[in-house]
Write a protein that binds this ligand. Structure first.
Ligand SMILES: [Zn+2]
Length: 385
């Protein structure tokens, strides 16, 4: 059994220990020490990384009470080494994990929610509750969780005897055997868990929900805490500054400024569509009626809807096929319409001759043509004869 320093003091990240064994394992070495501050994966919290002497520890796992440090190089058996856990990583994880206890404990206390799923990294935790919470409840939950942080409550570890345990009500995520380790945040949570936590809630700093959605009859909440919550808030703040400069609006008025912009955009789009309609009507008006085909060429400014409308209107003025082409030589978007021929048949030789693509109904076909204007005109005129 490895002596587990992380259970004695979760804030301790530096220590010395003796190397008991070192075994080669898949491009790495599994090192066992007599004692360690490296926490192996457990309770949903990933295993620690850091340094042992001059070699890097990539990950830490536990097998039968023995902690295995997966190292980038070998260490001499019997040697004394100094260990340094990646403090930033471990603290970020403990902040999120400890924050998760507060959120789950509070949701359990207030609304009887059971935590039925939990996944975490140093960036965020995803929590699944078995009950739905509405927007108001979610907002209250986030606030109450932060109030528990501000109260700087102790986070205590209890190791009750089986007799004592029988009289205690606590949350647990799975059936446990052996010595049960309870994590207590007075008035907030009592939960079985094997991971190291912050010694008090104050060090969690901040709890922030970044997503919440209904999930399998309950809720899935994504939360950040501590460093990750601060970094997310700082990134959002920087985004807000950029938007504030773009909109020339105060940070507090960004939604309103964006709303005004969207309204203006909608009005402009409506005006554009009206102008486009008028323009298309003029094009139709000045196109003479014919018994054969019509080919109309435009620069690429017209919308797909306008091209369809235009082709449909021109089909009324010709006995053959009306083709509307928008773009330039070699890259035309086109719509073909007809009142007299089945375009699904007609378009096959058209596509073959003019490097065309696309399809549609017997009355209308949309696609593209890779030929030049001259080639298209000659093809359409040839059809007239
Ligand atoms: Zn825990």
């Amino acid at each position: 059994m490895t002596e587990k320093l992380y259970y004695i003091d979760s804030l301790r990240t530096e220590f010395t220990a003796r190397v008991l064994s070192c075994e080669a394992a898949k491009d790495a070495f599994d090192v066992v020490l007599d004692r360690t501050a490296f926490f192996p994966e457990g309770g949903g919290q990933p295993g620690d990384a850091g340094m042992l002497g001059s070699v890097r520890v990539l990950d830490t796992r536990e097998r039968d009470g023995v902690v295995l440090h997966r190292c980038t190089g070998p260490l001499g058996v019997g040697a004394e080494v100094s260990g340094a856990v990646d403090r930033e990583l471990r603290f970020a994880r403990m902040q999120i994990h400890s924050g998760e206890h507060i959120v789950s404990g509070t949701a359990h206390r207030e609304w009887g929610c059971e935590n039925v799923g939990f996944h975490m990294t140093e960036r965020a935790a995803v929590l699944d509750f078995d009950r739905e919470l509405d927007a108001q409840q979610l907002s209250a939950l986030e606030r109450m969780a932060n109030e528990a942080v501000w109260a700087d409550l102790p986070i205590r570890i209890l190791t009750p005897s089986p007799e004592e345990l029988a009289g205690i009500t606590f949350r647990q995520k799975k059936e446990l055997t052996g010595q049960i380790r309870l994590v207590e945040i007075p008035g907030v949570d009592l939960c079985a868990c094997c991971a190291p936590h912050m010694p008090g809630t104050g060090r969690i700093g901040l709890i922030q929900f970044t997503d919440a959605a209904r999930h399998r009859g309950g809720m899935r909440i994504t939360m950040k805490a501590g460093r990750a919550a601060y970094e997310a808030a700082a990134a959002l703040s920087s985004e807000a500054d950029s938007l504030s400069r773009l909109f020339s609006a105060p940070r507090e008025g960004l939604a309103e400024a964006a709303g005004r912009l969207l309204e203006r955009q909608e009005a402009q789009e409506a005006a554009r569509v009206a102008l486009e309609r008028k323009y298309c009507a003029l094009l139709v008006e000045k196109t003479p009626e014919t018994a054969g085909n019509i080919a109309l060429f435009e620069s690429d400014g017209l919308s797909a809807a306008a091209l369809r409308e235009l082709a449909g209107a021109l089909a009324e003025k010709c006995g053959g096929v009306a083709g509307v082409f928008a773009g330039a030589d070699g890259a035309w978007r086109c719509v073909l319409a007809s009142k007299s021929v089945d375009l699904r048949q007609w378009v096959r030789p058209f596509n073959a001759a003019l490097r065309g693509r696309g399809g549609g109904s017997p009355e209308m076909v949309q696609g593209s043509a890779g030929a030049s204007r001259r080639e298209i005109e000659e093809y359409m005129d040839g059809q007239n004869g």
